[in-house]
Design a protein around this ligand. Sequence first.
Ligand SMILES: [Zn+2]
Ligand SMILES: [Zn+2]
Length: 284
Amino acid sequence: MNPVGAHMSVAGGPSRAFQRLEAVGGECLQIFVKPNVQWAAADLSLEEVHRFQEEQARTGVNPVVAHASYLLNLASPDAGLRRRSILTLALEIVRSARLAIPYLILHPGSHQESSLAVGIRRIASGLDQALKRAAVPEVGLLLETTAGAGTQIGHRPEHLRDILGHSRNQARLGICLDTSHVFAAGFDISREEEGEKFLEELDRQVGLGRLRVVHANDSRTPLGSRADRHTHIGEGYLGRGVFARLLHDPRLAGRPFILETPKGPAGDQSRDAVNIRTLKELRR
Ligand SMILES: [Zn+2]
Ligand SMILES: [Zn+2]
């Protein structure tokens, strides 16, 4: 069975995310391990790490995964920004390890005025450098499929294949499938046949064994829009069918399905509860 859950706020400390998830019936969790739109991060205290472990044990939530900061761009032609991205990724790997989080998910990067090929090589060497600097063996890095906005890399399976191919740390790398991004990138996974073709292509290029996490989001923008806008399950262009199919696909057995759908005003999580209930119905 696939555990279903959501990305939750860590306001007040990472351990607080468990209560928020519990309130909406989630079984697996995604968090940011540092503020996602600023470079700096306060230290993770021993007390907070301990509280986090206690809360995970109390709630039985499994797995917990991390999503890297939105500021990172390992493919950047700007040497300073790229260096900063590598150092910050290393820090996020270390913080994930301290919280015993097995996977850190990141967007591969944008090549900007460089070529796609150069961008891909920069990402692979950036991942290698961050893993070396972090020097913790436990955390795997998952490259997320992207919508392909601007010069974003990762909207085609062969991009992910080539990043893996250029890295010296293939055993530490995997992928995260975001349903809304794949659809926005032009793969019509709302239709059964097209969805199957896409999974077969992903299997051929990367191997579905490397697919460790699914981001379960409906899409507010149409097929091929290359725009990244998530909406509630069944309320977008994808519809419920694709989620039912993925939740019953034996090739994805056991993978966590994590919502990144909009919260209501002032942190209202009632829509998370509805979406989680829907995913639980669809996996029956
Ligand atoms: Zn993401
Ligand atoms: Zn995502």
